[in-house]
Design a protein around this ligand. Structure first.
Ligand code: FES
Length: 101
């Protein structure tokens, strides 16, 4: 059994919004209107939202409480991507944090 974490979009019984394109660290990805940025990223196989001291962190609560999904969106830092709808052409970037010593 693999311990790899994967996310998939459900394909039956779901009515999706229009397909759109957005950018993750400069790479074009497909999403559907109505999805959050975090959901669109996970469905595309990207599980890391940010790093802390070079350690990868991904979505944890997925309801806007833990701040584990903070990313830079259209140049604005620290956006909770689990609460932010993806939009056509938006630029999403991994955010890197370092603890102050
Ligand atoms: S995953 Fe917890 S706030 Fe987004």
């Amino acid at each position: 059994m693999s311990d790899e974490v994967r996310a998939v979009r459900l394909n039956s019984g779901i009515r999706r919004g229009e397909q759109i394109e957005f950018y993750f660290d400069g790479q074009p990805l497909k999403a559907f209107k109505g999805e959050t940025i975090a959901a669109a990223l996970m469905a595309s196989g990207h599980m890391v939202a940010r790093t802390m001291d070079s350690q990868p962190l991904g979505v944890y609560c997925n309801i806007g409480i833990c701040h584990s999904c903070l990313m830079t969106v259209n140049g604005v830092r620290s956006i909770r991507t689990c609460r932010t709808p993806v939009s056509q052409g938006c630029q999403v970037e991994t955010q890197h944090f370092e603890r102050t010593k």
